[in-house]
Design a protein around this ligand. Structure first.
Ligand SMILES: [Fe+2]
Length: 337
């Protein structure tokens, strides 16, 4: 297998558009992101980790308009800028500065590779405490310190790209940015339903996935959800209650994923763009082999089934056809297992 052009360091941020910035900001405030900077055109939001921002909100048709990865060096930006269709290295005229190369993936998503953005000091994260579980007594005379309010988002962790051909889109990211398959889901008809890919940082342990490449039941293409790490289990639960009290729409959760192992909780913003809270991911490194899995193994460890609002972004005749196909494949696999 040939080496990728570069191996990106991390997912840096997403650009998200909404027709009403104050409504969008109110949701993000309740979700637990904090404003790092404002300009005439955009609001830059962050978690508690010491980076500049992980979310750029601007006015427009609702949805994720660009995804950005950080490169290790300017030399890596030069390698990306040499790809057919990529921009030259440009200065980012934004509060965190830095440099960017822009290109489009096969599903038409704008991908930004950035380097040299100024980091901010860390913010206080979620309160934490010891647990008296599994027969251990470690919280002695200490009360949990949780109060009501939003979860404490730490950072952006991953996103899922939906398209009609997730294998082709995965290949693009694999060859150019070094994302590496950890788990795949192939149906009996040979159709790829999902590929989970992680960063390739050698021996360093990284999240089980930084991008999921998923078959879109309407065969359209989009970022299906964006996902943010929160402090811990209590922090996720407190944030769940807070969003519920504010009347926000929960589209899936709370549960624990089979692939990735995270405890998850998914919420839709006022325009249906799905934002995930998660905590406690599986960690992998270069020694973790890639697996192809039976569709029946998709079953999560625990938690409810996803809502239709999570599975379907748009209804058309392909949505109906593909939901029926996936339903049949799942029933078949379940019968065999
Ligand atoms: Fe996720």
């Amino acid at each position: 297998m040939s080496e990728p052009i570069i191996k990106v360091k991390c997912l840096a941020y997403v650009r998200v558009a909404a027709p009403d910035l104050s409504k969008a900001e109110a949701f993000l405030d309740e979700f637990g992101l904090q404003v790092a900077a404002r300009t005439e055109d955009a609001i830059y939001l962050r978690g508690s980790e010491p980076v500049s921002h992980c979310y750029v909100l601007s006015r427009g048709t609702p949805g994720v308009t660009a995804i950005a990865f950080e490169a290790d060096s300017e030399a890596d930006l030069e390698k990306i800028a040499a790809i057919d269709g990529a921009s030259a290295i440009e200065k980012l005229d934004e509060p965190a500065g830095g440099q960017v190369v822009r290109l489009r993936d096969p599903q038409g998503m704008q991908v930004e590779i950035v380097h040299g953005q100024a980091a901010l000091a860390p913010l206080e994260g979620a309160p934490s405490h010891a647990f008296n579980v599994d027969g251990r007594r470690e919280r002695l005379g200490e009360l949990p310190r949780f109060g009501p309010g939003p979860s404490h988002v730490r950072r952006i962790g991953h996103l899922v790209l939906e398209s009609a051909d997730p294998s082709e889109v995965y290949r693009w990211y694999n060859e150019r940015l070094g994302l590496r398959k950890v788990d795949g889901m192939v149906l009996e008809n040979g159709h790829t339903q999902m590929i989970f890919a992680c960063l390739d940082r050698g021996q360093e342990y990284v999240d089980h996935h930084v991008v999921g490449f998923q078959f879109a039941v309407d065969e359209g293409s989009r970022v299906q959800h964006i996902a943010f790490e929160v402090g811990n289990m209590d922090d996720l639960m407190a944030g769940h209650d807070h969003l519920k009290k504010k009347g926000r729409k929960n589209v899936w959760g709370i549960g624990r994923h089979r692939f990735g192992g995270q405890i998850f909780d998914y919420w839709a913003n006022p325009w249906g763009v799905i934002h995930e809270h998660w905590t406690d991911t599986d960690l992998v490194n270069e020694d973790t082999a890639a697996n192809d899995n039976n569709v029946a193994e998709l079953e999560d460890y625990w938690g409810p089934a996803p809502s239709l609002a999570f599975i379907v972004s748009r209804w058309n005749w392909k949505t109906v056809k593909n939901l029926a196909m996936l339903g049949r494949a799942r029933a078949q696999a379940m019968r065999k297992s």
